[in-house]
Design a protein around this ligand. Structure first.
Ligand SMILES: Nc1nc2c(c(=O)[nH]1)N[C@H]1C(S)=C(S)[C@@H](COP(=O)(O)O)O[C@H]1N2
Ligand SMILES: [Mo]
Length: 394
């Protein structure tokens, strides 16, 4: 909210939840994020905003169209100085504790640029029945910008990892929404196997520019293909752990799902919940925009992206008859591992009327997206049901 009004709000703790500041109340949209005006704001405290599907059309997601998911209060932009920012690497399974400035990282380690897909674990939550609490994301809590930084593994190897290391965890500079400075907003992580992958980056740039403030400027972790909650923003510390990291939002129902399917609405005992790792196969239709009119007789070009967590996408199919028949789309290879893949197809319509275009991706292990919302879980994660759009043929 401070970012939107362009100043700190000293009495923020006294503002009624959901109140739109008068400074913004006259704007066309009730509330827009600076630099991300076209996103749909789902929540202003903390700030959460998603991208309409048709604005995800770019092959590389531009900064203005990358969603924002905050769990707490971001550090105030004016207080961030990349020149003095430090990253500490420590923890019981680190051989020593070391601190790096961003200049140190840039000087000591080789730079890598990868296009890496990040998707909120709760993307698609809005479709679960019974409803799951949390941001009611539709399809747009996903993006695939190009990130530049150093490999997490190079930094960890420089510091030294003890033999008993099993997990890394991150801490960021954002603060807890309650104002309690002793609490972390979120502190998640990944097993060493994911941390040591070539594509796991400590990034200072996105699309060749500074990372936008809301996306973690000046430094963030990017571990593509996993719930984006493992990609710590405003990165201040990495801990190397001798146990599964037990930071904020690693336990309970946070980013965990029943290890085995349960009936919708079930109470699931804690020991039957498993941490989400690689995200499931999914796709989005980015062109045309849902609801367009199309002239009968002409073919309609459709396109979008597909991704599959740690895996790749093997095929995308599209349907105009509610899934009765499917047509294979053209599918491109990813720019690099963990980048989304572009697909396109040309469609014919037999007569005038209302149609839906459905898209269904299949991953390299043969798992396809379900047509209906899959496995209910208490917090509404991992909805990878087929995306569909409406077309009026006249
Ligand atoms: N420090 C910090 N890192 C964070 C978060 C956060 O609230 N604080 N949110 C996480 C979650 S849940 C998601 S989905 C992604 C969102 O990244 P984005 O806002 O850049 O799209 O950041 C992750 N990293
Ligand atoms: Mo998330």
């Amino acid at each position: 909210m401070s970012a939107a009004v362009g100043a700190t709000i000293p009495f923020a703790h006294l503002m009624p939840g959901g109140l739109i500041p008068a400074a913004l109340a006259q704007a066309t949209a009730p509330f827009a994020l600076p630099g991300k005006e076209d996103l749909i704001v789902l929540n202003d405290r903390p700030v959460n905003a998603e991208t309409p599907a048709h604005l995800l059309d770019d092959r590389i997601t531009p900064a203005k169209y990358l969603f924002v998911r905050n769990n707490g209060v971001p550090p105030f932009a004016a207080n961030i100085d990349p020149a003095t920012w430090t990253l500490e690497v420590s923890g019981e399974s680190a051989a020593r504790t070391m601190s790096f400035t961003i200049a140190d990282l840039k000087r000591l380690f080789r730079h890598y640029t990868y296009q890496l897909q990040i998707e909120c674990g709760g993307n698609g939550r809005g479709e679960f029945v019974p409803p799951a609490s949390g941001n009611q994301w539709a399809v747009g809590a996903v993006g695939c910008p190009e990130w530049t930084g150093v490999r997490l593994k190079d930094v960890l190897e420089h510091v030294g990892i003890r033999d008993d290391a099993v997990y890394i965890g991150y801490y960021g500079a954002d603060t807890h929404a309650s104002g309690d400075t002793s609490k972390a907003t979120i502190s998640r992580g990944v097993p060493m196997s994911k941390a040591l992958e070539n594509e796991s980056l400590i990034a200072w740039a996105m699309n060749g520019e500074d990372i936008p403030h809301m996306n973690g400027h000046p430094l963030r972790l990017v571990c593509g293909g996993w719930p984006a909650s493992v990609s710590g923003k405003w990165l201040k510390q990495i801990v190397v752990r001798n146990q599964v990291h037990d930071g904020e939002k690693m336990g309970g129902a946070s980013y965990r799902v029943p290890c085995k399917p349960v009936a919708p609405g079930s109470e699931v005992p804690d020991e039957d919940m498993c941490i989400i790792e690689s995200m499931p196969v999914k796709s989005v239709i980015t062109y045309p925009k849902s609801g367009i009119e199309h002239a009968l007789g002409g073919r309609l070009g459709v396109r979008g992206h597909a991704w599959a967590g740690d895996l790749s996408v093997k095929a995308v199919h599209v349907s105009t008859d509610f899934g009765a028949t499917w047509q294979k789309a053209r599918l491109e290879k990813p720019a690099n591992r963990l980048a989304w893949q572009h697909w396109n197809a040309e469609l014919d319509f037999p007569e005038a009327g209302y149609y839906e275009i459905w898209a269904r991706a299949t991953d390299s292990r043969g798992h396809a997206q379900p047509m209906v919302v899959p496995g209910w879980n208490p917090r509404g994660y991992l909805n990878n049901a087929c995306h569909r759009i409406a077309v009026q043929v006249a």
